[in-house]
Write a protein that binds this ligand. Structure first.
Ligand code: NAD
Length: 258
C-alpha cells in the first residue's frame, strides 16, 4: 500500500529517545526524511546517526527546547531556510513531574505546562505557518490516556495532556482551511522507565493496572508509533481533530488507576 510518506519531511520533537524515536523509526522505514529535535543535543545527534544506520534514511539532528517560544521560532526559521517545507510535525516532547497536589510547586507547574502544553501550541503555530505557505501538512500531538482519567501524583501532567487533547480539537478546525490535518494520540500504559518508577515508588502496582486494562497487558512502543504514522498517511486523509486512545481499552472501561 502506498502510504504517501516517501520523501516527506517529518519533524519529531523529543525525538532522541522513547516514543519519539520509535515513531521516527517507522517514518524512516516508510522512506521519509527525518528531523529529530530534542533538548538533549548530544543524545539527538547520536540518535539521528543511529537511525540513519538502522534504516538508511536521511536523518537530521537539531537542538530545541520546546518550552522556549524564542527557540521554537528560531528552529522553524532554520527549518524553512534548510528545507523550505514541513510536511509532517509530531509534537511528542513531554515530561512528567510527580508530586501530590498539596505539595506541587509553582516552578514545577510552569516547567511542565511550558513543555507539555505551551510548547505544543507554539510548535503548531510555527510549523503551521510553514505548512500554510506550502499548501498543507499533517500534525500529530502526543496526549495521554491520562487526559481523561485520574492517575495518582500526576494531576498537573493529566491536566496538561487534557489540554493537548483539547488544543488538537480546537486548532484542527482553525487549520483545516489551510489543508492542515491535526490529530492527537493518547497512549495508555507502556512498560517504560516512567511505569517502573511508579512501581518503585509504590504509587501504582501491576495488579491495579491489570484490573484497569481490559486487554490485560501494557502497550508496546511500536503500537503507539504505528498509530502516529497511520494518522499521517494518505489513508487517514479525512481524519482530523481526533484523539486516538491506544490503551488496550482502559479509557473505555473507565476505571481510574487509584
Ligand atoms: P521520554 O522521556 O523517553 O522522551 C522524551 C524526550 O523528550 C527525551 O528525548 C527528552 O530529551 C525530550 N525533551 C524533554 N524536554 C524537552 C524540551 N523542553 N524540549 C525538547 N525536547 C525535550 O518520554 P516518552 O515516554 O517517550 O514520552 C514521549 C511522549 O509521550 C511524552 O509527551 C509523554 O508525555 C507521552 N506519553 C508517554 C507515555 C509512556 O508511558 N511513556 C504514556 C502516555 C503519553
Amino acid at each position: 500500500m502506498d502510504t504517501g510518506l516517501k520523501g516527506k519531511l517529518v519533524i519529531i520533537t523529543g525525538g532522541a529517545r522513547g516514543l519519539g524515536y520509535a515513531s521516527a523509526t517507522k517514518f524512516a522505514l516508510e522512506g521519509a526524511e527525518i528531523v529529530l529535535a530534542d533538548i538533549n543535543e548530544e543524545m539527538v545527534k547520536e540518535s539521528a546517526a543511529k537511525l540513519h544506520e538502522e534504516t538508511g534514511a536521511v536523518c537530521h539532528a537539531y537542538r530545541l527546547d520546546v518550552s522556549r517560544v524564542d527557540e521554537i521560532k528560531a528552529f522553524f526559521a532554520k527549518i524553512k531556510a534548510d528545507f523550505g517545507r514541513v510536511d509532517i510535525l509530531i509534537n511528542n516532547a513531554g515530561i512528567q513531574i510527580r508530586n501530590d497536589c498539596l505539595d506541587f510547586k509553582e516552578e514545577d507547574w510552569d516547567k511542565l505546562m511550558d513543555i507539555n502544553l505551551k510548547g505544543v501550541f507554539f510548535c503548531c503555530q510555527q510549523g503551521g505557518l510553514i505548512m500554510k505557505d506550502n499548501g498543507g501538512g499533517v500534525i500529530v500531538n502526543m496526549s495521554s490516556s491520562t487526559a481523561v482519567r485520574t492517575t495518582p501524583g500526576r494531576a498537573p501532567y493529566c491536566i496538561s495532556k487534557a489540554g493537548v487533547k483539547n488544543l488538537t480539537m480546537v486548532l484542527s478546525c482553525e487549520f483545516a482551511k489551510y489543508h492542515i490535518r491535526m490529530n492527537a494520540v493518547a497512549p495508555g500504559w507502556i512498560m517504560t522507565n516512567m511505569l517502573q518508577d511508579g512501581f518503585r515508588l509504590g504509587v501504582v502496582s501491576d495488579k491495579q493496572l491489570m484490573a484497569a486494562i481490559p486487554y490485560k497487558r501494557y502497550a508496546d512502543m511500536s503500537e503507539i508509533a504505528d498509530t502516529v504514522v497511520y494518522l499521517c498517511t494518505d489513508q487517514a486523509s479525512y481524519i482530523t481533530g481526533q484523539c486516538i486512545h491506544v490503551d488496550g481499552g482502559q479509557t473505555a472501561l473507565g476505571l481510574p488507576d487509584i
